[in-house]
Design a protein around this ligand. Structure first.
Ligand code: SF4
Length: 368
């Protein structure tokens, strides 16, 4: 009897995953409801993403949170880690200093403008291409969303490194859902996988998570991102299992490379090894293909929205099609148009061709 679940809202990618019929049927029922909501959005009853946004992105399909409006609380690649698998590129500002990296009033004003339209969302998520807990106003902004827009759940994606700080824990507790990362327990493995700020240690990260679990009554999911040869060894997975038993999160999720990472040498863990580790850890989920829901963007905003998404994470034409609620051909057309004006680059991966946004070359052709 397998004791893990598969998150795969759209399809079961392979029979290797052995998804039971019950799961498939439950999924079909849920999907029907989501499709109905998406149709309503397309009919204009609910608003999707429109206009230029500085701190918000999406809504994007999140593998963990369904349809999620992302909120960037730090400039891109301001982070306490420089993970070898990071999908957002190399960390350019490696720091553990909490600061007002983005002005809280501006973030709140942008959130209000967007959420006042009552868009169809599952979560407002503090995430982005950096570590959101570095923003010292995280708690204040989360409280604002909960009080001014009580219909939405607040989620926080964190790399866990600052949870050893009581004030950071207090602010993180404002989220309904906290998705925290724990990739390593051994210090050498931690340095190899996460390339942390010199003041950080794996031991402090585990202690921070233990303290947070003691204080936080909400939903705590812990994600372990597996990198072959680094943290998928029997010794490290045993240490991870022990730490996870002590932390007692609501859920444990295993992940591995799905998009191009920072280091080209990093590859995904094989499905066989992923399943072995899932069995070893017990009761964990394996993150499947992005849970997706169609939100049709206004035509005039689609190009900018595609770029906005691709600035944060590489996506295939299929991914883009699902987010925009358009055909893959239409999505490919938009990507081709962006490619012609040098706004995106491509990388071939096992899952297909991924597109990533690039800053325009000031000497190159001007985007239209
Ligand atoms: S994966 Fe997350 S924690 Fe790691 S470097 Fe990228 S943004 Fe930072």
């Amino acid at each position: 009897m397998l004791n893990y679940a598969i998150i795969a809202e759209y399809y079961c990618p392979s029979l290797d995953y052995m998804v039971g019929w019950t799961t498939v049927l439950e999924y079909a029922v849920v999907s029907a409801g989501l499709a109905s909501r998406a149709r309503e959005a397309r009919q204009g009853k609910e608003a999707g993403a429109t206009g230029a946004m500085r701190y918000l992105f999406g809504p994007v399909p999140s593998r963990r949170l369904g349809l999620s409006l992302g909120v960037d609380l730090v400039p891109a690649k301001t982070c306490s880690l420089d993970c070898v698998y990071c999908e957002c590129g190399k960390t350019t500002r490696l720091t553990v200093k909490r600061d007002a990296y983005t002005p809280a009033e501006e973030v709140i004003a942008e959130l209000d403008a967007f959420l006042d339209k009552r868009p169809a969302l599952d979560h407002v998520t503090f995430s982005g291409a950096g570590e959101p807990t570095l923003n010292r106003d995280l708690g204040r902004i989360a409280v604002h969303v909960k009080t001014a827009h009580p219909g939405y759940r607040v989620a926080l994606l964190t790399n866990s490194t600052l949870l050893s700080d009581p004030e950071t824990r207090k602010q993180a507790m404002e989220a309904h859902v906290v998705c925290a990362s724990l990739d390593a327990v051994d210090e050498t493995v931690f340095r190899a996988v996460n390339r942390p700020h010199p003041r950080l240690s794996a031991r402090a990260v585990v202690e921070g998570l233990l303290a947070f679990r003691e204080e936080y009554a909400g939903e705590l999911a812990i994600e372990v991102f597996l990198v072959p040869g680094l943290n998928d060894t029997p010794g490290e997975t045993a240490r991870l299992a022990e730490a996870l038993r002590a932390i007692r999160p609501s859920r444990v999720q295993l992940n591995t490379l799905d998009r191009p990472g920072t280091e080209p040498r990093v590859t995904p863990v094989s499905r066989k090894r992923l399943l072995e580790i899932a069995e070893e850890l017990g009761g964990v989920e394996i993150l499947g293909p992005a849970a997706v829901r169609a939100v049709r963007a206004e035509e005039a905003d689609a190009g900018e929205q595609v770029l906005n998404m691709l600035r944060r994470r590489p996506m295939t034409a299929e991914d883009v099609a699902r987010v925009l609620g358009v055909s893959e051909t239409e999505a490919q057309g938009k990507l081709d148009a962006l490619g012609r004006v040098n706004r995106i680059v491509t990388a071939r991966q096992p899952r297909g061709v991924f597109y990533r946004a690039v800053d325009p070359d000031p000497k190159g052709p001007r985007p239209r």
